[in-house]
Design a protein around this ligand. Structure first.
Ligand SMILES: Cc1cc2nc3c(=O)[nH]c(=O)nc-3n(C[C@H](O)[C@H](O)[C@H](O)COP(=O)(O)O)c2cc1C
Length: 618
């Protein structure tokens, strides 16, 4: 019946249809998609959420149907905008459908029951009626003489009951509100809001911005958010723009107000991408605007959304839309089996590859010819190739090793290595950990092979652990037994020596046999209380270095690797798609049935590759 409801409701004017929907929901006339014991998919603001789908603000402005919306299964429900005093909003009609564009224009103008009413409604909720994450979106009264104070009042009033708060300066329907998106005005609003929060519960604060801001303004807002230390941004509210390619005709098109739905998707997603690019993981970002299909919801996640919100999609799709969207952003979606790189370049238009060496390109002894050919042809298509290696050696020495194995430097665009990153950090010492290291270093390394890690640095490298102030760990040569190293590590532990680990790998395959790496020693050391600074995969900074070398954004890049713990965990952590190839470390663990093995390992390791293939080939 519910799949029919949107069609039935369209017989009413949009506002009446909406009132009926809220009424129906609050009376319990709705399907329940919430799974009883759903596995958490993510943690947001310290709470487990079962999926990354959220209901955007404006749907339930006065918190009248929160329990029903939670029962629909949303991972998050954002109520409001709520203004301090009750206000009626603009005269009706104030909502207009543009069905040909699956869009809506609204100029409600913050019709709100006010803080008191909304607070009462929230207070009435039982804990088990709450959504996994409850957001309260704050607005300012139309007649307010002090807009920043209105937001601060909202923070004081709702911080103890909300899981997150939203400062909404981006509604186009309250005269002058958007003027508060200038940096100075925003700074004042955030400062007052943060002062108010300091007096109450430390609930996360998000700022919701308009899609109509110039790119440069978005950049400044990201800087401000980071500088003031609010938790995140919501991209975006409705637009005052009217894109040229709107299909709708008729009077609704000339109504003033904010446009939402399908035509907003592209711009809102661009703003989201830009924020994520600049903020990296330092901000939580919600992707809002134009989502009505599972593919669009997934695209928002791919562009860096921690939560995908929707509103207008529901007007056209009804509650039946919730379930497919929810599952699209629930589990890390299934790993897709692929045969060749060509298919991925066609379908996803990647413009750069971040490629692991050992286990993907070679086995420590010889290159895999098909892998070389795959990269050659990808580059012919204009795709850049950066090798990303956890070798504890400088990039130049990896280049010469590749040359010795027969791969010329003009066959790729660059090399990023954990060794190079460690060397740079030891050299510039701007980081506190490095600034505090003494001069005397014991190098736990593979002799001449790692010697260039010591060159050009102002430390005294010594061969004895006695008297050393710290350890550079590049991994022992040709060792298979951790036990051999325990006496030395215990001595270092008792002397409290910090360790730099220039290769987080635990083991590598040399030909058909396993060899232990620096990471295994560092792991033991850290587990026993030692202080370790790690460089390389899976830590995100090496991915950023590789991406920046290519000048590409996350969604334009594909990582290729052979290991769950370094390549898959690293790429996923850095927000990058990843192809796992089975020519390296997991060769012996993955059964004859590659995908069954991938599924088993994904569950075991808690990370899942985007794609999997038997080997790297074009
Ligand atoms: C009828 C309507 C009312 C809205 N009211 C609010 C609101 O009170 N506060 C707010 O922050 N956003 C409000 N929004 C904006 C939505 O939360 C959302 O940011 C925007 O519609 C884009 O998402 P969509 O394309 O999925 O609808 C409203 C949107 C619509 C369509």
């Amino acid at each position: 019946m519910w799949s029919l409801a949107p069609a039935l409701l369209r017989a009413f004017d949009p506002e009446t249809a909406h009132r009926l929907t809220i009424r129906g929901l609050s009376l319990g006339l709705h399907p329940r998609f919430r799974q009883r014991r759903a596995e958490p998919v993510a943690r947001l603001f310290g709470k487990d959420i079962p999926n990354r789908l959220g209901l955007a603000a404006g749907f339930d402005k006065d918190a009248e149907a929160v329990a029903a919306l939670a029962a629909l299964g949303f991972g998050a429900v954002e109520i409001g905008s709520v203004t301090p005093k009750p206000q009626p909003g603009n005269p009706r009609p104030r909502v207009f459908r543009l069905p040909a564009d699956r869009a809506v224009i609204n100029r409600y103008g913050f019709n709100s029951g006010g803080h008191d009413k909304v607070r009462r409604n929230l207070d009435r909720l039982n804990p088990n009626q709450r959504p996994p994450l409850l957001g309260v979106n704050l607005g300012a009264n139309k007649t307010s003489e002090n807009v920043p104070a209105d937001f601060a009042l909202g923070v004081s009033r709702f911080a103890d009951i909300a899981d997150y708060l939203v400062i909404n300066v981006s509604s186009p329907n309250t005269p002058g509100l958007r003027d508060h998106q200038t940096i100075d005005a925003l700074a004042r609003i955030l400062d007052l809001a943060l002062d108010a929060r300091a007096q109450t519960t430390p609930t996360p604060i998000m700022l919701k911005i308009a899609p109509d801001l110039a790119d440069g303004d978005v950049g400044e807002i990201v800087d401000l958010a980071l500088d003031r230390g609010i938790e995140g941004l919501i991209a975006t509210n409705t637009t005052i723009g009217r894109p040229d390619d709107l299909q709708s005709k008729g009077p609704a098109l000339s109504e003033s107000g904010g446009l939402s739905g399908q035509p907003l998707f592209a711009r809102a997603t661009d703003v989201l991408t830009a924020i994520r690019e600049q903020a990296d993981d330092r901000l939580v970002v919600f992707g809002t605007g134009g989502v009505s299909t599972p593919a669009q919801a997934q695209e928002k996640v791919r562009r860096g959304a921690d939560l995908v919100q929707l509103y207008t999609g529901l007007i056209y799709g009804g509650p039946a839309l919730v379930k497919p969207l929810m599952s699209a952003v629930s589990k890390p979606s299934k790993t897709e089996k692929v045969t060749g790189l060509n298919q991925l370049l066609d379908e996803h238009r990647y413009r750069g590859l971040i490629v692991d060496l050992w286990g993907v390109m070679h086995n420590g002894k010889a290159f895999f010819p098909e892998a070389l050919e795959a990269l050659r042809r990808a580059r012919q298509r204009g795709v850049q190739v950066q090798f990303l290696s956890n070798a504890p050696r400088r990039a130049a020495s990896i280049a010469s090793m590749l040359a010795d194995m027969g791969l010329r430097a003009d066959a790729y665009d660059g090399i990023v290595s954990s060794g190079e990153e460690s060397w740079q950090a030891m050299k510039d010492r701007s980081d506190r950990f490095y600034a505090d290291l003494g001069r005397r270093c014991f190098h736990l390394g593979a002799g001449a092979k790692d010697a260039n890690m010591r060159e050009g640095l102002d430390y005294d490298f010594q061969d004895e652990i006695a008297g050393a102030e710290w350890i550079l760990n590049t991994g022992p040569a040709a060792s298979v037994d951790l036990g051999e190293w325990l006496p030395l590590l215990k001595t270092a532990l008792s002397a409290g020596l910090p360790m730099v680990c220039a290769n987080p790998d635990r083991v590598v395959m040399r030909g058909d046999s396993k060899e232990l790496c620096a990471g295994l020693l560092a792991e033991w050391y850290e587990a026993h209380g030692g202080s370790v600074r790690w460089h390389g995969k899976p830590y995100a900074s090496v991915y950023r270095t590789a991406r920046e070398a290519m000048g590409l954004r996350r969604h334009e890049v594909l990582a290729i690797g052979d290991s769950f713990t370094t390549d898959v965990a690293g790429a996923r952590g850095a927000g990058i798609d990843v192809l796992l190839v089975n020519t390296g470390i997991h060769q012996n663990d993955l059964d004859d049935d590659l995908m069954a093995g991938i599924n088993r390992l994904s569950d075991e390791k808690g990370v899942r590759p985007t794609f999997a293939a038997d080997r790297l080939q074009f």
